[in-house]
Structure formats: structure tokens, C-alpha cells
Design a protein around this ligand. Structure first.
Ligand SMILES: [Ca+2]
Ligand SMILES: [Ca+2]
Length: 419
């Protein structure tokens, strides 16, 4: 090769690598052609934590062709593309209207079956496509002591870690009733680092609201970490203005008049029926010298060894064996009814003044507890397939698209379901 040839080769190589990367629109067009679909719409989107925009496109069966095939394309960042192929049985239509909001913050999948409906929303968090919101609702003609139609709806906000429940119906005297409640979702996480990034835990004053003067008076923050394969470590941080400590000699009755935590959970019946759940109630307090102590309050006279408890500043560390939580297959998705209560007393003889809880707790009613949840890989968010539990709509698994040297998606292998 002569020097001139070398130079040409170098220039060619340079011009190839300097060629402008294809735009999202060009990538979308290429992928749509390879799937024999048309581009329904392309939109800017705000799908992750940083202010830089992502992009979203919807590919559809062309007009006049039978069946409905829908594929969403998501650009997480330049060169990182995902495809989400909608389930065949979905109620998607082609064509559809482009997102009304100019910058959708999630991609939402709905399933409407008349008397029951559900939805899940997908976005990017911590660099991965995850479910950030899911909800389901149903309408029924009769419900409990209600007469006439009722509607119930549950929505889980995985960014704020709050479950929101609404029930609306008519009571026997013909009175319209609406009951709304919220409770904390506590995910079991893989690392302390991810626990430190959690938002404040949902708190609610369930007793003694007239004594409660605000979050500096009494508040509680809960994080859960996976410890090996057989236990969960709870990190429970208490905010309190006046300490009333316990002593190790105290009776359970007297202990209830000191500042203490009450940790509730329930072993659910194998049928999943929460009303048959066997509840556990563990009290955790500290002495004036800062020595933590634990007692079983329920079941009465319970003989199981007490969980190990320690203190790190104002944070109680409680190690709960999975066997005590009733978890049999720790590698798979599991959840259990779970609530933490901080019982506040701000004067030695005042007794139990305020109860701040992570759910609208009613004493020993498992259905009023929040939830402790472990996803596959101890993810902070549900990630789809393995983490589905409601038997309703589920986000189809996003697939990372391979790109050619020219930066356009490699055509998919032809294994799409037959129409
Ligand atoms: Ca207080
Ligand atoms: Ca106190």
C-alpha cells in the first residue's frame, strides 16, 4: 500500500466514524420497515430521573391489514433503544392518537374488561426499564354489607412507595360511602446504598392526633435489606423530640408507656386469604443507656426466639428470619402484610400518647397492614414478568435492541406470534 493509499484508507475510516449517527426517527423508520409496520407516532418523553429528554414511538399494523400488532420503541439515551411488543390479547387499536401531553413521563398499558380493569406504567429508573405505577379496579353489584353497586380501586405508586386504596359504594340505608386509605410499600433491597435513596416512608397518625405536633414530634422511616438467603434486616429510624426510655425489667404493660416500636406482620394463609392471616406483633424499645430490647406482644406467650435487635444512633436494626415472616421461597417474588408503628410518649407518666404508623392500622387486623415486598434480585421496582401478582395487565418484557454499525436496529428474528 502506497502512502497515498494509506491516507485514503485513513480518511475513509475517519469519514465512516464521523458519519452522523441516525436520528431516532430514522431508527424508528428502519425498525418499522423490518417489521412491516407503519409509524403511528413519535414523541419526546421524560421517562427517567434526569431532565434530558428521551424519545418514544408507536409502531402499528398498516391500515387495511388484518389484526393489530403494536410495538413501542423507547430511546433511553442515544444508542440505547428498547422495544416493547404488546400482547396479542391487548385492547390496543391502530392507529391511535399521539400522547396528549407533549412529554409523557411513562408508557402506560391498559386492560379494560368491563367490570375489571387494570393498568401498568413503564419508565426508566436507575438505568433500567421498570414499572413505576400500577393499578387495578373492579365494579361489583354487591360487596359485604353494602347494597347496590360498589367500586374498588388499588393504585401502587412505586416512586413514592405508597399504595392507595379507594372503595365507593352504597350502605344498607342507601347512604353513599367512600373509604380511602393509604399505606407504605416497603421493598426488600439488595444494598444499603439503594436504601439510603428511598423517599420518606408513608406515615399516618393512627392514635393521639391531638398530641401530635408534627414530624419532629414523632415520625418513622423504614428500609428493608436482604441479608443472605434467610433473613431481612429492617432499618427503622425514629424521629422524636423527648425520649422516654424503657427498662429490661418492665412488664409489657409498662413498656407500652415508653417510646417504642411495634412491628406488625402476618403469615398469610396458603390460600392468600388475609383474613385468616396469623399476626405477629414485636415491641422494640431502648433503655436509658441505649441498650435495645425486644418483646413479643402477639401471639400471647409466643415462644419463638426473639429477633436480634441493635441500635445505630436513632436507627433500630431488627433482623427478621424469613422463616418467622412465613417466606418459603426467598428467591422468588414474595410479599407479606407489614406495618411499623412508632408509639410516642413525651413525659414519663403520660403513657402512650401518639401512634404513628405506616398504614391505617387497626389492632390485630391483618387487612389494615401495609406490605413488605421482595422482587426478583431485590429490585426496588417491579420489573415485569417475575414480579406480576395481580393476574391482570402486565407490561410485556422490554427487549434491548441491537444496533448495526450504522446505528440502526438490527431486524428482529421472525418469531412473532401468528395472527
Ligand atoms: Ca415526641
Ligand atoms: Ca417520645
Amino acid at each position: 500500500m502506497t502512502p497515498a493509499h494509506v491516507l485514503t484508507a485513513l480518511l475513509l475510516a475517519a469519514s465512516t466514524s464521523l458519519a452522523a449517527a441516525p436520528s431516532f426517527r430514522e431508527q424508528v423508520d428502519t425498525y418499522a420497515r423490518s417489521l412491516s409496520l407503519t409509524v403511528d407516532w413519535v414523541s419526546d418523553a421524560q421517562l427517567d430521573e434526569d431532565p434530558k429528554l428521551e424519545h418514544l414511538a408507536r409502531l402499528c399494523t398498516p391500515p387495511g391489514r388484518e389484526g393489530t400488532d403494536v410495538v413501542y420503541m423507547l430511546e433511553q439515551e442515544p444508542g440505547v433503544l428498547w422495544a416493547v411488543h404488546q400482547d396479542v390479547e391487548s385492547s390496543e387499536k391502530c392507529p391511535s392518537t399521539s400522547p396528549r401531553s407533549s412529554r409523557p413521563t411513562s408508557l402506560t398499558f391498559d386492560l379494560d374488561e368491563g367490570r375489571a380493569w387494570s393498568s401498568e406504567s413503564l419508565a426508566f429508573r436507575e438505568g433500567k426499564p421498570v414499572t413505576i405505577l400500577r393499578s387495578e379496579g373492579s365494579a361489583s353489584s354487591f360487596y359485604g354489607d353494602a347494597e347496590g353497586p360498589s367500586v374498588s380501586k388499588t393504585e401502587e405508586d412505586w416512586d413514592r412507595l405508597i399504595s392507595h386504596n379507594v372503595w365507593r359504594g352504597t350502605h344498607s340505608k342507601g347512604k353513599e360511602v367512600e373509604s380511602v386509605s393509604q399505606s407504605a410499600l416497603v421493598p426488600v433491597l439488595a444494598s444499603r446504598k439503594s436504601a439510603d435513596k428511598l423517599p420518606p416512608t408513608f406515615n399516618q397518625v393512627v392514635h393521639g392526633a391531638s398530641h401530635w405536633t408534627g414530624e419532629k414530634d414523632a415520625a418513622v422511616r423504614v428500609a428493608a435489606l436482604a441479608q443472605g438467603t434467610d433473613q431481612v434486616r429492617l432499618r427503622i429510624q425514629v424521629v422524636d423530640d423527648v425520649n422516654v426510655s424503657a427498662t429490661s425489667e418492665m412488664s409489657n404493660r409498662n413498656l407500652l408507656g415508653t417510646d417504642h416500636l411495634e412491628i406488625w406482620w402476618a403469615l398469610t394463609d396458603p390460600s392468600g386469604d388475609v383474613t385468616k392471616a396469623r399476626t405477629r406483633q414485636l415491641a422494640v424499645a431502648r433503655t436509658a443507656k441505649g441498650v435495645p430490647l425486644a418483646r413479643w406482644l402477639l401471639p400471647e406467650g409466643f415462644g419463638e426466639p426473639l429477633p436480634r435487635v441493635s441500635l445505630e444512633g436513632d436507627t433500630f436494626i431488627v433482623d427478621l428470619p424469613l422463616s418467622s415472616l412465613g417466606v418459603k421461597q426467598p428467591e422468588q417474588y414474595w410479599e407479606t402484610p407489614f406495618t411499623v408503628v412508632f408509639s410516642d410518649s413525651d413525659a414519663p407518666d403520660a403513657g402512650q400518647q401518639t401512634l404513628v404508623a405506616t398504614s391505617p392500622l387497626r389492632w390485630n387486623e391483618a387487612s389494615t397492614l401495609g406490605r413488605l415486598i421482595s422482587f426478583e434480585g431485590h429490585s426496588r421496582y417491579p420489573q415485569g414478568q417475575g414480579d406480576r401478582w395481580m393476574g391482570s395487565v402486565s407490561i410485556p418484557t422490554p427487549t434491548r435492541l441491537e444496533l448495526t454499525d450504522a446505528g440502526v436496529p438490527v431486524p428482529p428474528s421472525r418469531e412473532r406470534p401468528a395472527p
